[in-house]
Design a protein around this ligand. Structure first.
Ligand SMILES: [Zn+2]
Length: 157
């Protein structure tokens, strides 16, 4: 496990109390669609390390990548870890390989946002322990709210 100490800056966002949940991330200026917000940073764990650890209710800051590495934004993360969930988000998470071949998770806007807007992504969480959706309630207030931060039940699976 390589130590990761550097935390990149997130000049387009500021962290402030959210209207939805705890702290949130807000645009500091008007941003176009696909504006870069920052990389999701933090301590990285392998799938085996995650399985061996008891996380209890710390799910909020864990982000699992498609290569099964998990990033814990609570340890060494930047402001992007305060992006809250919404079922009708204005931002998205995108995986990208950096120059060293490491898989990174970056956040960008989906649509143009105004300075001061709170920024949201769709967490689409997976409850690996089989917890019911009610354990991850959503209060985003969107007309399309699923009522849970878990991923939609996918008809094609
Ligand atoms: Zn919702």
């Amino acid at each position: 496990m390589k130590p990761r100490k550097q935390t990149s800056s997130t000049p387009n966002i500021r962290v402030a109390p959210s209207g939805v949940h705890g702290l949130g991330a807000f645009a500091v200026r008007d941003l176009p669609a696909e504006a870069f917000l920052g990389l999701y940073e933090g301590r990285r764990y392998t799938q085996q390390e995650i399985a061996a650890k008891s996380w209890n209710d710390q799910l909020t800051y864990l982000f699992t990548l498609s290569n099964h590495e998990t990033i814990d934004g609570a340890k060494g993360g930047n402001g992007t870890r305060h992006l809250n969930h919404a079922c009708d988000p204005n931002c998205e998470a995108v995986e990208e390989y950096d120059d060293a071949g490491e898989l990174m998770l970056k956040f960008q806007t989906l649509v143009p946002v105004d300075a001061g807007d709170e920024l949201f992504i769709d967490y689409s969480l997976t409850a690996d322990d089989g917890s019911p959706a009610e354990n991850y309630p959503c209060h985003c207030g969107s007309p399309n709210c699923r009522g849970t931060m878990l991923a939609p039940v996918d008809a094609e699976e």
